[in-house]
Design a binder for this molecule. Structure first.
Ligand code: AMP
Length: 219
């Protein structure tokens, strides 16, 4: 099973991807996390994408696809995986389809207002090591500034500044429509009210996934 989470920044995709992993064992593949790691280590790829990322613009389809292709070839992705932040363009969706044409897929569209996104992202901190996400107002780490899971130092993302957040939301709204049409016409798209509390959102996701997983033998 390939689970795809579509939604604007701050819509809770990362949190739900973690819950899907805990329940189904499908690892989370966040292209944003993979790219931030490349930037942090200072690889050639990281150097190529860092300016685009700081400005909240998309990096090239080919570079992102390369990272995804490498990651989904791993043994832990054999039964299934969750894509968070990929595909972002129709072209990426088509490239993904070519890469693994026969994998069953389920796509969730997270719906949330701009006002709520700005509220959530203003206090966000992330762990660059394991991708865990925290918030100073409602989801603080146990020890200040340190990840509960791996103990690494938490950081505020450079692209979580209000002016960049606005650009990222604008870009999302500009690029998402063709993707919604694409998955909707494949009958694999499910809409999620992402303004609800985490537990309720996951309950809706789980109901769909449980049904989809028993529909066919493929995973
Ligand atoms: P995210 O963590 O998903 O918000 O991604 C952070 C940044 O990484 C984005 O603003 C883009 O610059 C880049 N990025 C992540 N995923 C993609 C993608 N699928 N295509 C192009 N750029 C991406």
């Amino acid at each position: 099973m390939r689970v795809i989470l579509l939604g604007p920044p701050g819509s809770g995709k990362g949190t739900q991807a973690d819950l899907i992993y805990q329940n189904y064992g499908f690892p989370k593949i966040s292209t944003g996390d993979l790219l931030r790691k490349e930037v942090e280590i200072g690889t050639d790829l990281g150097k190529m994408v860092s300016q685009e990322m700081k400005a909240g613009r998309l990096v090239s389809d080919e570079l992102v696809l390369e990272l995804v292709e490498k990651r989904i070839a791993s043994e832990d992705c054999r039964r299934g995986y969750v894509l968070d932040g990929f595909p972002r363009t129709l072209n990426q969706a088509c490239l993904l389809e070519k890469l693994e044409a026969n994998r069953k897929e389920t796509v969730f569209e997270f719906k949330v207002s701009e006002q709520e996104i700005l509220r959530r992202l203003s206090g966000r901190m992330v762990c660059l090591q394991c991708g865990a996400v925290y918030n100073i107002s409602n989801n603080r780490p146990q020890a200040d500034g340190l990840c509960d899971f791996c103990g690494s130092k938490l950081v505020v993302r450079e692209d979580d500044r209000p002016e960049v957040i606005k650009e990222r939301i604008r870009l999302y709204l500009e690029t998402i429509a063709p993707l919604i049409d694409y998955y909707s016409s494949k009958n694999v798209l499910f809409e999620i009210n992402a303004e609800d509390i985490t537990e309720n959102i996951f309950r809706s996701i789980k109901a769909v996934l449980d049904r989809r997983l028993t529909e066919g033998k493929e995973h």
